[in-house]
Design a protein around this ligand. Structure first.
Ligand code: F1P
Length: 347
């Protein structure tokens, strides 16, 4: 699953990967907004990109489901920047949304895994994720590779735009460079615990996934992976939205997965954990190594190495992918070929 994360970032290869995007750097820096269009897991990568680009580059970003964007009558002006994210590069909804936008004079950028695919060919410029073929139908390593490339694009634009300083740029590149070792550390140390949690909850009827900030899209992705691979109903929510509805679901039968790594929202998510506990929900928390407070609170926890909150989603999604995988295995399901799902949705 994680081949794409092995080895360090190759700066030379990176320069080539981003050179297409660089050609459009001036237009991107001047853009009033960037519209991201994608589907499924790629849409979740788009949400992380929204947080990143708005924070680091100070450019307004909108994230659209391509399956809605293509059918409504969105406002697209000449010179608008549309960023498509797609593993297969063949998703029909994304392709048609892009064709519409291109015919109205938009600049089309693509973050695509499959070289030479339809979306790659339709784009004016882009960056390949080079994650290699996904063995299963559900997108996993493509997602972590998408996040990595999107972080690099955001960093590059921020550097050119001077919306971050040189120290912050160097710090975040170093953080990215440390990701492969941290992924390896998760794989080396957390799998027995994840398998144990999978055995405990394999017969649950529903799951709730909660996260804040950069980890909110990761909560959505955790829930989607569970649905895709295990057929257990799951919902992902921003943790702060819990009180606006989903809290009614919490009782002694509900496992609630918190993506609760140490970041600017940590205190708040700790109080969300307490709210779930008070209603007898079962708390499974993905936490930062050594976070004793969360360890005390959670019924089960999975630890990941400390990382800047901007980079943390690349790490925090991995235990969630593995949790779905092992629950699927426990339920004797074909995790590589889930029912009803197609590798690329071309109609
Ligand atoms: C989008 C997607 C995948 C999902 C499944 C169906 O595909 O929703 O995220 O895992 O395979 O399609 P893509 O545009 O990223 O190829």
């Amino acid at each position: 699953i994680f081949d794409s994360m092995r080895g360090r970032l190759d700066l030379e290869k990176l320069t080539i990967t981003l050179s297409g995007i660089e050609q459009y750097a001036e237009q991107i820096c001047k853009a009033n907004r960037i519209v991201i269009v994608s589907c499924g897991t790629s849409w979740h990568a788009g949400l992380v990109a929204e947080y990143l680009i708005e924070e680091l580059c100070r450019i307004n970003v909108e994230v659209e489901y391509a399956s809605e964007f293509r059918y409504r009558n969105p406002i697209i002006n000449e010179g608008d920047v549309i960023l498509a994210i797609s593993q297969s590069g063949e998703t029909a909804d994304t392709l048609v949304a892009l064709e519409n936008a291109k015919s109205k004079g938009a600049i089309i950028l693509g973050v695509v895994n499959v070289v030479g695919s339809s979306i790659a060919r339709l784009s004016h410029a882009g960056a390949y994720t080079h994650a290699g073929p996904e063995i299963g139908v559900a997108s996993t390593k493509a997602f972590t590779a998408q996040l990595t490339v999107l972080e690099l694009i955001a960093l590059k634009i921020a550097y050119i735009k001077k919306s971050i300083d040189d120290d912050q740029y160097a710090h975040l590149l170093n953080e990215l460079n440390a990701v492969p070792d941290k992924v390896q550390a998760i794989l080396d140390s957390q799998i027995p615990k994840i398998r144990e949690i999978a055995r405990k909850y394999k017969d649950a009827r529903d799951f709730l996934y909660l996260g804040r900030g950069y980890n909110f899209p990761i909560a959505l992705e955790g829930a989607l992976k569970l649905k895709e691979i295990t057929y257990i109903h799951a919902e992902g929510y921003p943790a702060a939205e819990m009180k606006h509805g989903p809290i009614a679901l919490v009782d002694e039968n509900l496992p609630v997965v918190f993506v609760a790594t140490k970041d600017r929202y940590h205190e708040k998510i700790v109080s969300n954990i307490q709210e779930v506990k008070a209603r007898k929900g079962h708390v499974i928390a993905v936490i930062t190594e050594g976070d004793e407070v969360s360890k005390q609170l959670a019924e089960d926890y999975i630890e990941i190495p400390e990382a800047d909150e901007i980079v943390a989603p690349i790490l925090s999604v991995i235990p969630l992918q593995l949790l779905s995988y092992y629950i699927g295995v426990e339920r004797n399901q074909d995790v590589d070929k889930p029912r009803n799902l197609a590798k690329s949705v071309t109609v």
